[in-house]
Design a protein around this ligand. Structure first.
Ligand code: NAI
Ligand code: MG
Length: 374
């Protein structure tokens, strides 16, 4: 196994820059103490890139993103850019990265740290120790299918208002197989179980989804345990007994909804990491972009209040899923767990009884200290 990894860091805007500074501390610690070599480059994205170059992503940064082992992104956007033309809005930079890297598998973990179990809207015993991963297909399905649009419903005098809105759920077998493969590969690095969710009872695209996921399983991953579930039942099971799942794979629309619901089982936006993966590169690693779920949080930017854990856990996902460094990923997650158990809290994690919040920088320092103490 190579222990030299190239990483492009795109801090972006607002708290993106603040939380990324804390990730750098973790990277530096691993480099100095675990013998890993990270070849880290930085670049501009979003408003920061617009300010410097008049575009939210330059061709040069796009090319570097294609060339590295993994990209780590903070967040983009902010009120200073709200009135920009659509074509140069900060979000366009992120969308271009996702599209040109063809990142078709969006990974959203729902992981409950014991010290925060009381933050959940569910009972502690239902969520304590929860660790599931939702894999959402990201580049196809009803958000992209043709035909689409809003039309006059000319030949239908009984239609009050006279209009019709159309979207099309369309999946090719190839699109289903590649996201299924991603899910099985991930399951092999976790609990070795995949649950596929669709609505094969009422949708032909769901029947195809079920058949193709089963095909990939039977032909390529027979050693991974596979089950199928209708997505509406899946929604119920996620709130009833979420611990039954390991990896869930589902389409773009169901995945959008189910991943948001699952994430909220575990507490604050400041805790939620994510990843988007594409096809394997020549070195066997998937194209990959890791980023916290949250945005640039202009309401707290520049005040040292941001929780860096979502971004630090995104880097842990990078170690696990791009670099096959499960030991280091586990160590980071354990350090986060220990710091939270010690009662260290950024402002977003303060309970109703208050207490004193630490700053973004102090949280990063505590996590590095916990890594060093392990
Ligand atoms: P947001 O995620 O930036 O903030 C929502 C709320 O959560 C705010 O009250 C914020 O203070 C809080 N929050 C978010 N992350 C936090 C953290 N790490 N620690 C503590 N508190 C945290 O979403 P919002 O306000 O809707 O959008 C703000 C800007 O971010 C907009 O310009 C939006 O377009 C952009 N955005 C960018 C995203 C990205 O880069 N992937 C995703 C979502 C929004
Ligand atoms: Mg959503």
């Amino acid at each position: 196994m190579s222990d030299s990894y190239s990483l492009l860091i795109l801090p972006g805007d607002g708290i993106g820059r603040e939380v990324m500074a804390e990730v750098r501390k973790v990277i530096d610690w691993l480099g100095a103490n675990r013998g890993l070599t990270f070849r880290v480059e930085e670049g501009l994205v979003g408003g920061a890139s617009y300010d410097a170059h008049g575009t939210p992503l330059t061709d040069e940064v796009m090319a570097r993103a294609q060339a590295v082992d993994a990209v780590l992104l903070g967040a983009v956007g902010g009120p200073a850019y709200d009135d920009l033309d659509f074509s140069v809005k900060p979000e366009r930079g992120l969308l271009r990265l996702r599209k040109e890297m063809d990142l078709f598998a969006n990974l959203r973990p729902a992981q409950c740290f014991d010290a925060l179990a009381d933050f959940s809207s569910l009972k502690r015993e239902v969520v304590a120790g929860l660790d599931i991963l939702i894999v959402r297909e990201l580049t196809s399905g009803v958000y992209f299918g043709e035909p689409r649009g809003i039309h006059a419903d000319d030949n239908n005098p009984d239609n009050e208002g006279g209009r019709v809105g159309v979207n099309t759920q369309r999946y090719t077998s190839g699109e289903i197989r590649r996201v299924a493969r991603a899910a099985f590969e991930l399951a092999k690095k976790r609990g070795n179980r995949v649950c596929s969710m669709e609505k094969a009872n009422v949708m032909e695209s769901g029947i195809l989804w079920r058949e193709e996921v089963q095909w990939v399983h039977d032909n390529e991953y027979p050693e991974v345990e596979l089950s199928h579930m209708y997505a509406d039942n899946g929604a119920m099971q996620l709130v009833r007994r979420p611990q039954q799942f390991d990896v869930i794979v589902t389409d773009n629309l169901f995945g959008d909804i189910l991943s948001d619901a699952a994430a909220m089982l575990t507490g604050s936006l400041g805790m939620l990491p994510s990843a988007s993966l594409g096809a394997p590169m020549a070195n066997g690693r998937p194209k990959a972009l890791y980023e916290p779920v949250h945005g640039s949080a202009p309401d707290i930017a520049g005040q040292g209040k941001a929780n860096p854990i979502a971004c630090i856990l995104s880097f842990a996902m990078c170690l696990r899923y791009s670099f096959d460094r499960a030991a280091e990923a586990d160590a980071i997650e354990a350090a986060v767990e220990r710091v939270l158990a010690d009662g260290v809290r950024t402002a977003d994690l303060m309970g109703p009884d208050g207490g004193t919040a630490v700053t973004t920088g102090q949280m990063g320092d505590r996590i590095v200290a916990a890594l060093a103490a392990a």
